[in-house]
Design a protein around this ligand. Sequence first.
Ligand code: G3P
Ligand code: CA
Length: 274
Amino acid sequence: MNFYNNFTNKHLKIAHRGYRSIRPENTLSAFEASIGKFDFIELDIQVTKDLELVVFHDYKLERTTNINKNKNFPFNGSYNIYDYTLEELRLLDIQNWFIKDDPFGKIKKGKVTKEELKSLTKQAILTVDDILLFAQTNNIALNIELKDCDCIEDELFVSKLLSCIDKHNIKIPLLISSFNDNYLKIIKEKSHNIATAINIENKHPEDLINYVNSLNVQSYHCAVNIATPSVVKRLIDAGFVVNVFTVNDEKKASELFDMGIKSIFTDYCLECTS
Ligand code: G3P
Ligand code: CA
């Protein structure tokens, strides 16, 4: 099944880590705020010390948790997510930092109401099971990004995610992406028919089309600064869907859609349609 056949909109807007300009990223509140405003949700997956899969972007916990202020977590030299069990991580609050830091200036601009701020009460880190069940209940498609995790064998990491998906009999459209192409190869080796996508940050790979063909992915996700018209055209001519991250500007979004890209990963609820 082609993941993109599930959508009627010509151009798609992806909630990058949820609707993270008005809610703390990768939280239930950011995912709830995305419903009805984006075509699908992107989120990041990592592994804990006890090999549970959790929804979290940074490899370290300081930026988006209250770990610095929690007496249960004395500083141990670094606050790596993989040094803690799921039970320990669940003691951390992943919302309050957003109110203090206002990373997109939306609170200052009055775009988050007082009532909404009040509703941002203590929230714990989500597991993959939590987000899969949330998406199934709300009938929203997901792009699950597997972060590059050194603390677990590649095969085990991928198998754990696929088992969660199979265990819950998830029927909503799913797309698994990663910067680590070995994860994508393992999914295909397992003959799992889930759609996959490669993420590229700084430089397009040598022998681009052969490389993307070899991965058997449905889409190519690249950073906005390397999404040039010539590369986008080559990929589209070869039959690939191109999605671009992270686009928070309407003019840039329209320019990219006119170039032929399918989707933007965005932190904002942009109005542009072409
Ligand atoms: O998957 C696209 C984008 O999310 C990759 O960058 O750092 O936001 O995970 P990052
Ligand atoms: Ca991501």
